[in-house]
Design a protein around this ligand. Structure first.
Ligand SMILES: [Zn+2]
Length: 210
């Protein structure tokens, strides 16, 4: 068809979601029956109208929210790494982040800021966000998520340095009333020159606060 080679951002995102690796019928069915048992265990009637398809929908939601386990990082980054002479900090700020805390299976939601200093290679900006997603769509704790993103970028680009900062609100704290409702958890992982060079670190922090 004519004009089909220019897909919009939204179409590209929809195509990516359609093409995400699935976990298979058997595992999906297993999740469905687990959710049905959960409904019974909390005192619900899984047969009432509003809940009839809930185990199915919840299983599909969990399949999506854990699709990072089934994605291959090399596939995502390989065709998006380019040679470059750039030697200044490249910062991708405010990447939306949705993950699940591995202790309570409740969401934590926030923003990731990812910076690196190229050493001959750069990566497409949208791919930085995809790297964040690959690790966020697993059961996580925020500290490990931060480190995994930094390590992945280090491995893919061999840059002079990588810095990852994540700020997130944890629903397991907010909904259970454990902590102040608006507390934001902040984690960071600094590698290479961001760790070793105080001036680089200061420049990064200044960029972050702009
Ligand atoms: Zn938790």
């Amino acid at each position: 068809m004519a004009g089909q080679n220019h897909e919009t951002e939204l179409e590209a995102a929809e195509r990516r979601i359609r093409n995400l690796p699935r976990c298979g019928a058997a595992k999906l069915a297993g999740m469905e029956s687990s959710f049905r048992e959960l409904l019974e265990a909390v005192g619900e009637n899984p047969e009432r109208q509003g809940l009839l398809r809930t185990p199915h929908r919840a299983a599909q939601a969990f399949e999506f929210l854990t699709n990072g386990y089934r994605q291959d990082l090399d596939d995502i980054v390989n065709d998006a790494i380019f040679d470059s002479d750039a030697s200044e900090i490249i910062l991708v700020k405010n990447i939306e982040l949705y993950s699940l805390c591995e202790h309570h299976l409740l969401p934590f939601v926030g923003k990731a800021h990812v910076a690196y200093i190229p050493n001959g290679k750069v990566i497409g900006l949208s791919k930085v966000a995809r790297i964040v997603d690959v690790f966020a769509r697993r059961l996580q704790i925020q500290e490990n998520l931060t480190t995994q993103i930094a390590d992945a970028l280090m491995k893919a680009l061999r840059p002079n340095g990588v810095a990852v900062v994540i700020e997130a609100k944890h629903l397991c704290m907010m909904m259970r009333g454990v902590e102040k409702q608006n507390s934001v958890m902040k984690t960071s992982c600094l590698l290479g020159s961001f760790k070793e060079d105080a001036r680089t670190r200061a420049e990064f922090l200044a960029l972050l606060s702009q």
